[in-house]
Design a protein around this ligand. Structure first.
Ligand SMILES: NC(=O)C1=CN([C@@H]2O[C@H](COP(=O)(O)OP(=O)(O)OC[C@H]3O[C@@H](n4cnc5c(N)ncnc54)[C@H](OP(=O)(O)O)[C@@H]3O)[C@@H](O)[C@H]2O)C=CC1
Ligand SMILES: O=C(O)[C@@H]1CCC=N1
Length: 698
């Protein structure tokens, strides 16, 4: 086992070592032999092989997440979705008192909405509206609309729709496959967008095509100017040029990165100096705003387009911008990025809090040693005393630092430990809560922005914190820190679970209940001042494939609807329904997966004696996944899919006949009806309980 003698000042957490080694080498060795010194910065590759640790020019490259003295700070350079091993590493760092920086920003739509709320970048943001009904298409003020999923990534699901006949829909589906379809009527176009309903918004179309028909957009890479400052440093401007015939310029769909100069050479009318200057100013303004809103962010990638008038428009904010384009533009850009990150991590803000200690001394040493390391580690008066000794002692020291930080409660600049804002709280930490948390974290939601409380089992909360980096809350009333609260307790526990929150939840809160059968009116009685909603997801939320039905009271404002629909769209497909349909939704979407699993189990039993159980299960699993995928991609009527399989006089026909004759098929209909009936019974019980408690139900 390799051990560092003392904790490094900074770790850069990466997915693999290889990605960074060349940049480190570049930084360290450009000017001759590397300095012989103790490592101040380490690379911590969450997914590297255990034996990958080693030294390169004085810096330790660390491949094993399990054994190392926790660094003081770690810069997280991992794009979502995070893998389990990565989440575990971050949790371990957090628990040891390491200050974490970087990492993904909240979902892109949330970032956009936060920017709108500041009112400081209105002139740079595109016109946007949620798509919730046909009327939204009818009243759209532009001849076309960009249609985007609220929780999309890598350009998936981004489409362009023309809003006069023929109604064209052009772009990528949720699986990243390109398509172009024409519809006769606006209703048909709307119907094609329905699967995303609620999780979708319309955005102003921009003329982002070159004269030779290639789509483009511009990504500006920004880093903080200094650790304490919100001012951005502009690292690079990259134009992304897409393939002809495509509608987006995303590099994942075959785009090519170009420098702005090269773009201007090829397309002089688009790459004008005036456009570049406006873009630079816009990027610096938005960058400062983003760094102010997200104190843990050290770098962002801002995607811009232009209106016909040449005004830049901000399309997207990325907290972990892909580095492919930087590499393509020049070998020194990735190295420059890394040098600046190291500087941010190892120097300046501490100097402001501990005057005279770091920066001044570092400057005095300039000119000696490896010039590129100048100022990175010249600590003479260390503001954070180093722990040495065993891992256990080191970890204990880290915990001490962490608790000291909490006592001080200081939230000044990016150096102090600052937890992300609470975005969603879970009341109940059982099976469906975990499925949703897993899906949210996989969609890029920061685990630290998720609060979780339960009734008694503290070890269960620790388990979830270890797996997903969520924040356990021992006191249910602390959940009121989150604007959105998901109630995930059994229906019978709802009144008791909500009682500590009754007076704490106000109009700024939304309570979303998952409890089967518990009516909206009952929820309103239990938390009278908060907005309420009912949602019925299923366990496939864990893999971001839930089918979720959501109901709101009639008077619910569209902003509240949007927030709830956004949450569930991150873990699958969400659709708004009337409350009276919720029992049926519960039976079909909530319980439905269990009915299908039971059917599969019975089918596997039918092969007993002929197939080894593990082979039968493997085949059944792929058969089920394949059938679901096919129906998703080709939504032909189920009868048609059945017809394609059942050859006349063949095997399928014989099997189907048995299902019909024995009543097995109608038994499935009855199972769904019975589940819905049970939901209705639960409703009646809850209403009776509340009546008994505090007068007649509303
Ligand atoms: N499972 C599923 O597929 C789906 C379930 N649902 C609904 O979600 C709800 C939860 O189901 P599920 O996750 O399966 O249930 P679980 O039994 O797995 O979990 C229930 C959770 O509720 C907590 N809890 C109970 N009472 C209280 C209380 N008074 N205060 C705080 N926490 C409390 C429990 O904490 P502790 O362990 O400490 O007692 C536990 O964490 C149900 O209402 C169900 O109808 C909806 C859709 C799908
Ligand atoms: O079985 C139940 O009651 C819950 C609701 C839907 C799925 N599980």
């Amino acid at each position: 086992m390799l051990l560092l003698p003392s904790p490094p000042a900074l770790a850069i957490v990466t997915r693999t070592l290889g990605e960074y080694v060349s940049a480190f080498r570049h930084i360290l060795c450009r000017s001759g032999p590397a300095p012989k010194r103790r490592a101040d910065a380490v690379l911590l590759a969450a997914n590297a092989r255990p034996n990958a640790g080693g030294k390169l020019a004085g810096l330790t490259l660390w491949g094993e997440a399990a054994f190392f003295p926790p660094p003081r700070r770690a810069y997280v350079s991992l794009a979502p979705p995070l893998q389990r091993k990565e989440r575990q590493l971050l949790f371990r760092l957090k628990r040891s008192g390491t200050e974490l920086f970087g990492g993904p920003l909240p979902n892109k739509t949330t970032v956009h909405e936060l920017l709108v709320r500041t009112g400081e970048a209105d002139d740079l943001l595109p016109y946007r509206r949620p798509l919730t009904s046909l009327r939204d298409l009818e009243e759209w003020p532009f001849p076309a609309a960009v249609v985007k999923p609220r929780a999309g990534s890598r350009g998936r699901g981004v489409r362009l729709a023309t809003l006069s006949p023929p109604y064209l829909l052009w772009g990528q589906d949720a699986h990243g496959l390109s398509f172009r379809t024409a519809y006769q009527r606006r209703e048909d176009l709307f119907a094609a967008l329905v699967p995303d309903l609620g999780g979708t918004f319309l955005e102003e179309p921009l003329p982002l095509l070159t004269p030779d028909g290639r789509p483009y957009d511009v990504r500006v890479f920004l880093l903080r100017e200094a650790a304490c400052a919100d001012r951005p440093y502009l690292l690079a401007v990259v134009v992304r040029l897409g393939l002809r015939g495509r509608f987006t310029a995303n590099l994942h769909t075959g785009g090519t990165p170009l420098s702005f100069r090269e773009f201007a050479r090829r397309y002089p009318d688009l790459g004008t100096a005036e456009r570049k200057e406006r873009l630079r100013k816009a990027a610096v303004r938005v960058g400062a705003l983003v760094f102010r809103l997200f104190p843990r962010a050290w770098e962002v990638g801002l995607d811009f387009g232009f209106r016909a008038t040449g005004e830049p428009v901000l399309l997207e904010v990325n907290g972990t911008p892909g580095r492919t384009s930087l590499r393509a533009l020049g070998a020194d850009l990735p190295a420059r990025r890394l040098t600046r990150l190291l500087r941010l991590g190892l120097s300046p803000c501490a100097a402001e809090r501990y005057p005279g200690s770091v920066v001044g001394k570092a400057r005095a040493r300039a000119g000696r040693g490896c010039p590129l390391l100048r100022g990175l580690s010249a600590r003479t008066k260390d503001p954070y005393p180093r722990e040495t000794g065993t891992i256990a002692q080191t970890a204990a020291g880290g915990r001490e630092r962490a608790s000291k930080g909490r006592e001080e409660g200081a939230v000044v600049g990016p150096w102090s430990y600052r937890e992300p804002l609470a975005e969603v709280g879970f009341l109940g930490a059982g099976r469906i809560a975990e499925a949703l948390i897993a899906g949210l974290v996989a969609s890029g939601t920061d685990g630290g922005s998720i609060l979780v409380a339960n009734r008694t089992r503290a070890e269960r909360l620790d388990e979830l914190a270890g797996r997903y980096g969520v924040r356990p809350v021992r006191n249910v009333s602390d959940l009121a820190r989150a604007p959105l609260i998901v109630l995930a307790v059994k229906p019978k526990d709802v009144p008791e679970a909500l009682s500590p929150l009754r007076d704490l939840l106000g109009p700024e809160h939304v309570l979303v209940s998952l409890a089967a059968g518990v009516p909206l009116a009952a929820l309103t009685r239990l938390v009278p001042k908060a907005a309420v909603a009912r949602a019925m997801p299923n366990t496939a939320a864990q893999v971001r494939a839930s089918a979720t039905g959501i109901a709101f009271p009639a008077e619910t404002p569209s902003a509240v609807r949007g927030r709830v629909l956004d949450l569930f769209s991150r873990v699958g497909s969400a659709v708004e329904v009337e409350e009276r349909a919720m029992d049926a939704v519960t039976a079909l979407a909530g319980s439905g997966p269990a009915f299908l699993y039971a059917a599969l189990e019975a089918m596997v039993q039918g092969t007993e004696g002929a197939l080894a159980p593990e082979v039968a299960l493997r085949l059944a699993r792929q058969m089920f996944a394949g059938a679901a995928r096919l129906w998703e991609v080709d939504p032909a009527p189920l009868a048609e899919h059945i017809r394609r399989i059942a050859s006349p006089g063949g095997t399928t026909e014989r099997g189907l006949a048995v299902l019909r004759e024995t009543g097995a098929l109608s038994a499935f209909s009855r199972a769904v009806a019975a589940a819905a009936e049970r939901a209705a019974e639960i409703s009646a019980d809850v209403v009776r309980f509340l009546e008994g408690k505090d007068g007649p139900a509303p």
